[in-house]
Design a protein around this ligand. Structure first.
Ligand code: AMP
Length: 144
């Protein structure tokens, strides 16, 4: 997938927005959805998307929606910071398959980094245990 690509309404995040497939939700409004990454690079790795932006990447979204998405990303990242107390947090966003993008609905990653723990590789880790994801999500939600 290059940077110039049409939005596919059947991408996996569009299915999550529609409720066609499940997700471990952290936060939802009419416009924004945040959920835990199913193949986390660390405990609390989560994603933030705009539900109404049919944008494959950073370049396709209008400024107002990008602003809302960015503000929501900061809100969720603060809750991750307060609840899980990582040593650092990466905010990441990939554009185009060659840059590492694997799902073509614009999203921000929030990736906590813990002292002495290597991150799992991007989009290459194992699927996390659903109970562990739910427990982590409950901690983050409590800090929102
Ligand atoms: P990217 O490679 O930047 O497009 O990120 C896509 C992310 O979506 C990866 O970190 C995947 O682990 C994650 N992912 C893929 N499928 C799902 C899913 N069904 N639920 C939650 N996260 C997913």
């Amino acid at each position: 997938m290059s940077l110039e690509t049409n939005y596919d309404p059947d991408n996996i995040f569009a299915k999550i927005i529609r409720g066609d497939i499940p997700s471990t939700k952290l936060y939802e409004t009419d416009d924004i959805l945040s959920f835990i990454d199913a193949f986390p690079q660390s405990q609390g790795h989560c994603l933030v998307i705009h539900k109404k932006a049919t944008a494959t990447n950073f370049f396709d979204i209008d400024a107002a929606k990008l602003a809302a998405l960015t503000v929501a990303t900061q809100k969720i990242a603060r809750a991750v910071k307060d609840s899980l107390k990582p040593a650092g947090i990466r905010i990441a966003q990939f554009n185009g398959a060659l840059a590492g993008q694997t799902v073509f609905h614009l999203h921000f990653h929030i990736i906590p980094v813990y002292e002495g723990q290597e991150l799992e590789r991007h989009a290459a880790g194992g699927q996390a245990n659903a109970e562990e994801l739910a427990a982590t999500a409950a901690k983050i939600r409590a800090a929102l």
